[in-house]
Design a protein around this ligand. Structure first.
Ligand code: 8YV
Length: 335
């Protein structure tokens, strides 16, 4: 099939192989992000660009796109690294990979909650370092997870998958979203809707973030809102770093005003704030290196979604996973 497809990062081998069979494709064999100059160069020549979260496709980059570029087929769900308005203005379509990473991300959310509350990383370290000197009644006591109230911020696909798991673990499910979810979603979960995020935060044991990052959700968990959380409550963020005011979160954790945080995403990557590492060493934070959707199966499924989007586009049809700026809640340009 004709058309130059440029892929910015190494993808799982079966995905790269399939792309080679199907498209006139230029793969990036170096497993490091492209420089901005390389990215701009790719934008000039490609018909289809396949970026990942490590590529910043802002208005300045899009302004340099060649006349042939018609599709940015993102390898991933979140598109906060792409200026959707600028793409739309240049009639460049943007697609993502919804659905296929839902269950893996929800599994990881539960793993993070359990690991933080039951002190799993500390326990693993004790064994690795040969510091287990025998059981005692007060040894490694964590906190019970069942019977707790979980407040889910954003009851989309991933939020609902987390809610199903939380129910199975005996938690009561609460959620905040711009509007109540459909009865078919909410009823089986017996989920309680909180129109006010402030009020939900003040009443939860666990708060888990599952909304996209948009200008509207930037620092949604602001210093003021973090201060509403109960001092023994924990925060889980597997969505995007800037949905939380990370500096304010660090202050509250360090001051013992929050029960803990489990994070898979950060404001700065890869140079994560070193104060978070110190908090992790004290057992107040559990930190993961953005691996929420990282399963072999999930990444291959994501690649398959990207391929379907590219094929339909190159065939002259509307790709199935189009992301529209107004649907994604993007009302102003990336800053
Ligand atoms: C992806 C993610 O691995 O899909 C997302 O939004 O956050 C990750 O799980 C990443 O975006 C790949 O580009």
């Amino acid at each position: 099939m004709a058309g130059t497809v440029i892929v910015t990062r190494r993808l799982p081998a079966p995905v790269e192989e399939r792309m080679r069979q199907l498209f006139d494709v230029r793969l990036n064999t170096a497993d490091v992000p492209m420089t901005q100059a390389e990215l701009v160069n790719a934008m000039r020549t490609a018909r289809v660009l396949v970026p990942t979260i490590t590529d910043r496709i802002d208005a300045a980059v899009l302004a340099q796109a060649g006349p042939d570029l018609g599709l940015v087929a993102n390898f991933g769900n979140g598109v906060d690294h792409i200026d959707l308005n600028a793409a739309a203005a240049r009639r460049i379509a943007v697609t993502n990979t919804p659905g296929v990473l839902t269950e893996d991300t929800a599994d990881m959310t539960m793993a993070m909650i359990l690991a933080l509350r039951r002190r799993i990383p500390e326990g693993v370290k004790v064994m690795e370092e040969g510091r287990f000197h025998g059981w005692s009644p007060t040894w490694m006591m964590g906190h019970r997870v069942s019977g707790r109230r979980i407040g889910i911020v954003g009851l989309g696909r991933i939020g609902a998958a987390v809610a199903r798991r939380a129910r199975a673990f005996g938690m009561s499910v609460h959620y905040h979203a711009p509007r109540p979810a459909a009865a078919s979603v909410v009823e089986p979960l017996e989920a309680t809707y909180w129109a006010s995020l402030d009020q939900m935060l003040a009443n939860m044991d666990i708060v888990s973030i599952h909304c996209p990052q948009t200008p509207a959700t930037y620092h949604l968990l602001s210093a003021r809102r973090l201060a509403l959380m109960r001092p023994e409550a924990v925060l889980v963020n597997i969505a995007r770093g800037d949905i939380v005011d990370e500096a304010a979160l660090i202050e509250r954790l360090a001051a013992g005003l929050l029960g803990g945080a489990a994070l898979d995403v950060y404001t700065r990557v890869p140079a994560v704030d070193s104060r978070l590492q110190a908090l992790a060493r004290e057992g107040k934070a559990l930190l993961l290196p953005h691996m929420g959707s990282a399963t072999v199966e999930g990444r291959i499924d994501m690649g398959e979604k990207v391929i379907i989007n590219i094929r339909t586009f190159l065939d002259g049809h509307r790709p199935p996973d189009l992301v529209l700026a107004h649907h994604a809640g993007v009302h102003r340009k990336l800053t």
